[in-house]
Design a protein around this ligand. Sequence first.
Ligand SMILES: NC(=O)c1ccc[n+]([C@@H]2O[C@H](COP(=O)([O-])OP(=O)(O)OC[C@H]3O[C@@H](n4cnc5c(N)ncnc54)[C@H](OP(=O)(O)O)[C@@H]3O)[C@@H](O)[C@H]2O)c1
Length: 308
Amino acid sequence: MPIHSFSRRDFMQASAALTAMAALSPVLPAFAASGLLTRKIPATGEDLPVIGLGTSRTFDISVASEEMNSALEVLKTLLAGGARLIDTAPSYGESQAVTGELLTRANAHKQAFLATKVSATGREAGMRQIEQTFKQLQTERIDLIQVHNLQDTSTQLQTLRELKQQGRIRYVGLTHYVESAHDDLLAALQKDKVDFVQVNYSVGARNAEKRLLPWCADHGVAVLANRTFEAGRLFAKVKGKPLPDWASSELDASSWAQLMLKFVLANRAITTVIPATSNPRYAADNLLAGQGRLPDADLRERIVQLFA
Ligand SMILES: NC(=O)c1ccc[n+]([C@@H]2O[C@H](COP(=O)([O-])OP(=O)(O)OC[C@H]3O[C@@H](n4cnc5c(N)ncnc54)[C@H](OP(=O)(O)O)[C@@H]3O)[C@@H](O)[C@H]2O)c1
């Protein structure tokens, strides 16, 4: 899919979204000017912004509901701030259909980098699910489809490779979300060459650092980090604690969320983080983690101690 080139109409839409962002927080205009960090997808050298969006639970809403308004603001805020990647899945209830509908309402299919998954057993079931996914996402091309939680990996990867050859998808990948599956995930990566892996990694769940992330860095596999807030639970660990002064003076971080995301992004194997939210203010907050300084080893250790 070509990188989006901005028309006047796109510019007006982006300007409107930036105005909305400015109302959300006075720091965001400075952010918009300085831009979001990007990392390269090793398979192609394509640049991908480091902040993305997850959709599990948060976008599992009715397309007819009023909640669509704030979900649309989340999407517009992220896109206006330079983010592109949205991760969804056919098993996330309404999330995949909601993602497709929001992209249509925002006229943003071209700008977005769409990542979804296949979770089926058997070739026919996988192909049926993928066709339904194209319909729900309201698109003829999907950037990335990942085998969800290593379900029937070799069968589904074969289908995904065929779709890639046909030009209907651009990248293939594998996912998991628990540390007990990391060895299996690494074995699958070593067996079959893929473009992306998606794995859980956070300041509170660091197993991926040991073998998986170094292997991906050495072998040219892009990494999406999921559960960077452990589904929100990490916030409870710092509830009531003030953010240390060094967060802003040494890391340009103004919230706990930014500190957690910067911890993850400091690992150079990570391509993009995909925190989920239904709240436009949180989306703006998360965007700010994608600019400014990232922690070195010493600062990473200090962040770990805050969550110990
Ligand atoms: N097997 C897999 O492939 C797999 C498994 C798990 C996850 N994933 C992907 O990874 C994504 C992220 O994981 P996740 O959804 O489990 O959890 P997560 O991103 O670790 O946490 C999401 C929670 O954090 C809250 N939050 C987000 N930004 C915040 C901020 N700036 N300040 C305070 N709270 C904030 C959200 O609150 P609100 O709800 O109030 O907005 C939400 O409850 C998923 O949505 C999915 O796309 C994939």
